[in-house]
Design a protein. Structure first.
Length: 106
């Protein structure tokens, strides 16, 4: 039943259509782990662009207090968002370790 939702092979009118996922993905947890491999570096790139954007705004503020405050807000928001992302990942891993869910629940 669990492979029904992650079906990799569908037979329509005698023609078999193969799905794009790896054949070793059996559970939803496996799929999420594959996606996380790409999401964490993407979050790092987004952080880099937000920091560059905030730094550029800071340099171009020319002493204007409102622009400086806006630039610091961008930099602070980027750092806080990245810290929250890392913390949520670590908390989920810790809870999975405590309850013995390393192999998934599905």
């Amino acid at each position: 039943m669990k492979n029904y939702f992650l079906s990799q092979s569908v037979n329509l009118n005698g023609q078999t259509i193969q799905g794009p996922l790896d054949t070793n993905i059996q559970t939803l947890g496996d799929l999420i782990n594959k996606i996380l491999v790409f999401l964490m570096p993407a979050a790092g790139l987004i952080l880099l662009f937000v920091l560059i954007w905030g730094g550029f705004d800071f340099m171009m503020a020319q002493g204007n207090p409102e622009k400086i405050k806006s630039a610091w807000g961008k930099i602070t928001s980027g750092i806080i968002g990245f810290i929250l992302l890392i913390a949520s990942y670590l908390i989920v891993r810790l809870i999975a370790k405590i309850f013995g869910l390393e192999n998934g629940i599905l």
